[in-house]
Ligand binder design. Structure first.
Ligand code: 1GP
Length: 253
C-alpha cells in the first residue's frame, strides 16, 4: 500500500480526510486497540501513532496489536527518533520548519533515515509548523522552539511557500495536543491560497463543527486526539467523519 497516495485519493474523493491520533502513553494497549476498532467502524481514514514523550516501552507491541485487529493505515507521527517501528505502514518524516532548532530541522532526520530505510517504512515528507495556541504545549516545550504567531498569517504563508519550494509533500499545521485554541481558520485560508501542498490541521479540535470550519477554510486532513481519549464514542467519531467528508456526506444526503 502506498499510504501517501491513498491519503491524497481519500481527500479527492471525500473532500477531506479524518485522522485520529493514538498516543501510546495515554492508554493501555487494549484500550488503544478498542479505540482503533471504533475508528474503523466510524469512518476514520487512517490512524496516527505517536506522542511528544514516550513513557511506554510497548510501542512495537501497540502497533502490532492494532494491525492485527484493524485494517486502517497506521502512520507513525514521531515525537522523537525513538518512535520507529517496522510494523507501521508509514511514518510522517517531519522537519519542524516553524522553529530554528537544528536538531528538529535536520539532525534527528539524519539519525532516523537509515533506520527507516532498513525497516522499509514509507516516509512521507512533512513540513511541520507549530502555531501559537494560548497555552504552552508539550511539543513546543520539548522542541525548544517558538510557535508561529497566530495573528500573523503572512508569516505562516511564507513558511508554507518555502516548504513547497523545498519539496515537502505535506504541511502539518499544529496547535499542539490539548491546545486551548485550535489553528485559526484565517491562517488555514491564507496558506491554502498561497501554496498547493495538502494541509493536515490538528491540535485542540473538539467538535465536528470546528473540524468542518477548518475543512471549509482549506484543511485537507483533520486530526483529533484528546477528545476521543475522553469520549470513546462511536457516535462522536461518526459525527466527525461526516463533518470532514463533506463531499461524501453531500452525495448521501
Ligand atoms: C496533536 O493534532 C494532534 O498533534 C491532536 O491534538 O489531542 O488536541 O486533538 P488533540
Amino acid at each position: 500500500m502506498n499510504v501517501q497516495k491513498n491519503l491524497l485519493q481519500t481527500k479527492e474523493k471525500k473532500g477531506a480526510g479524518y485522522l485520529v491520533l493514538i498516543d501510546p502513553d495515554k492508554q493501555p494497549v487494549e484500550e488503544a486497540v478498542r479505540l482503533a476498532g471504533l475508528c474503523e467502524q466510524g469512518g476514520v481514514d487512517a490512524l496516527l501513532i505517536g506522542g511528544s514523550l514516550l513513557f511506554s516501552h510497548l510501542f512495537d507491541d501497540l502497533i502490532k496489536a492494532i494491525k492485527e485487529r484493524c485494517s486502517l493505515p497506521l502512520i507513525i507521527f514521531p515525537g522523537s527518533t525513538r518512535q520507529l517501528s517496522p510494523y507501521a505502514d508509514a511514518i510522517l518524516f517531519i522537519s519542524l520548519i516553524s522553529g530554528r532548532n537544528p536538531t528538529h530541522l535536520i539532525s534527528d532526520q539524519v539519525f532516523a533515515a537509515p533506520i527507516i530505510r532498513s525497516m522499509n517504512l514509507e516516509a512521507i515528507s512533512t513540513a511541520y509548523m507549530f502555531v501559537e495556541s494560548g497555552n504552552a504545549t508539550s511539543a513546543q516545550f520539548l522542541s525548544d522552539t517558538q510557535p508561529l504567531p497566530r495573528k500573523k498569517p503572512e508569516i505562516a504563508m511564507a513558511h508554507a511557500m518555502a516548504a513547497e519550494y523545498l519539496g515537502f509533500k505535506l504541511i502539518y499545521l499544529e496547535a499542539g495536543s490539548g491546545a486551548r485554541q485550535s489553528v485559526p481558520e484565517s491562517m488555514i485560508h491564507a496558506i491554502n491560497n498561497s501554496c498547493s501542498l495538502p494541509m493536515i490541521v490538528g491540535g485542540g479540535i473538539r467538535t465536528p463543527e470546528e473540524a468542518a470550519a477548518k475543512v471549509q477554510a482549506g484543511a485537507g486532513f483533520i486530526v483529533t486526539g484528546n477528545i476521543l481519549e475522553k469520549h470513546r464514542d462511536l457516535g462522536l467519531i461518526q459525527a466527525f467523519s461526516q463533518a470532514i467528508h463533506y463531499k461524501e456526506t453531500a452525495l448521501l444526503s
